[in-house]
Design a protein around this ligand. Structure first.
Ligand code: SF4
Ligand code: SF4
Length: 406
């Protein structure tokens, strides 16, 4: 592994929110108390040291930033107030931007102006497009009953949703591929595909439950884990509901649980039982997202917990877009239930203006991406350890041993 020193690294990391890593005097206290640090992957001291020494290439190949769930314990217990937990957070932002081959992520994390303008531009483009579409189909609009499918054709929305899901998946997956290659290094080519397949269950469990997060035994961590889980499951369930059940399956001619085709179901929501599983998923998603985002927004405003003291612009943007998507989503549902056509159509436009920028920008390039990187890296570490245990001798095992002090 290269030891080339990058003298500009600290300055570069400051653009991502790094405060003062030079305070660290390398005592190792933080690594000793971290519940998630292991002999195979010790942190955060090692990562703070890499930062101090300008070891950009080592950081690029390090899995450790993704193994930290920012409980903040190390920052509280650091005798030098070097805030190692925040350094790990900064490194996650930095790595997200390095994995991203488009350069968007870097612009997002280093310029609040660019982030705001990108979100605003996509939102305006979507809003304008929908208004033009509505004007072009004015005579078809149902003003007697709320029914979005009378304004924006079901087929058009289905296709637009699926295209958008395809685009964001493409960017997310190509960035993930780069992450996997970097983190595994030489093992990338050695490990057989079957081993990844065998550990897929572990990946899915980590993704769905954020189980590793609950491994931090710090006081108050359980409440943060529940909020994190609520955001994660709320987001995943609404994505499943919209992309798979409301658009994907109906697009393929499969009508599910009495929901009519695609968004036509919205116009008939009054006729569908409140206990219909798809409706229940939608309501669960709303309450979970509201609970999770409100908890985090409140904590960031209060700043009493170490991990919420330094909020980056991307943290706020993600929370605001997510909460606005949830609120407008439930208002559309209520608009259909109480049969208020104009209000429902207006809120639907606003909903798409916040939901689409959140999906196409936040998922592959910004805050959301860590929800994918974390479980993937956890799985990679498991696969790598298994490969070494099954195929290599002591030489290979040594590579997994704790790093010597740098
Ligand atoms: S960050 Fe703090 S606790 Fe960790 S090694 Fe440096 S001085 Fe010690
Ligand atoms: S923030 Fe928590 S999980 Fe992360 S390095 Fe510090 S003690 Fe470990």
């Amino acid at each position: 592994m290269s030891n080339r020193v990058d003298p500009n690294l600290i300055r570069e990391l400051q653009e991502y929110g790094l405060k003062d890593a030079s305070k660290c005097y390398n005592c190792g206290n933080c690594t000793a108390i971290c519940d998630l640090s292991t002999p195979e992957n010790p942190f955060p001291r090692k990562m703070v040291r890499y930062v101090q020494l300008g070891q950009k290439e080592k950081i690029l190949k390090s899995p450790e930033p993704w193994l930290c769930y920012y409980c903040g314990d190390c920052s509280v217990r650091c005798p030098r107030e070097a805030d190692p937990g925040e350094t790990m957070m900064v490194l996650r932002r930095y790595l997200t931007s390095l994995y991203d081959w488009t350069g968007f992520s870097k612009r997002f994390y280093t310029s609040e102006k660019f982030e705001t303008m990108a979100v605003g531009a996509i939102g305006a483009f979507v809003g304008l497009g929908m208004i033009i579409w509505a004007i072009a189909n004015w005579s078809m609009i149902n003003w007697q009953h709320a029914d979005v499918s009378s304004v924006w054709s079901t087929e058009g929305i289905e296709i637009a949703d699926l295209v958008m899901a395809g685009i964001l998946s493409f960017f997310l997956l190509t960035n993930l591929y780069r992450c996997v290659k970097l983190v595994l290094g030489d093992y990338f080519k050695k490990i057989p595909l079957k081993m990844y397949y065998d550990e897929m269950k572990y990946l899915l469990v980590q993704f769905a439950t954020q189980k590793q997060f609950d491994g931090c035994k710090t006081k108050g961590n359980r409440a943060r884990w529940i909020a994190h889980l609520a955001i994660m499951t709320g987001y995943a369930s609404v994505f499943l509901l919209v992309v798979v059940f409301v658009n994907g399956l109906p697009f393929m001619g499969i009508n599910f649980l009495k929901f009519q085709r695609g968004w036509e179901s919205m116009g008939h929501v009054r006729e569908i039982s409140i206990f219909n599983p798809l409706r229940l998923i939608g309501y669960y998603s709303f309450f979970a997202l509201m609970y999770g985002t409100s908890y985090v927004i409140w904590s960031r405003l209060k700043k009493t917990q170490p991990q919420f003291k330094n909020s980056h612009g991307t943290d706020w943007m993600f929370l605001i877009l997510l909460q606005a998507t949830a609120v407008t989503g439930i208002l559309i549902n209520l608009g259909h239930i109480f049969d208020l056509p104009f209000l429902t159509y207006a809120i639907y436009v606003i909903h798409m203006m916040v939901a689409i920028p959140m999906l196409v920008l936040e998922v592959p390039f910004a805050k959301w991406a860590h929800l994918a990187y974390r479980p993937v890296v956890l799985m990679l570490m498991k696969v790598k350890a298994r490969y070494i245990a099954e195929n290599e001798n002591a030489e290979g095992a040594a590579e997994l041993a704790p790093e010597v002090a740098v």
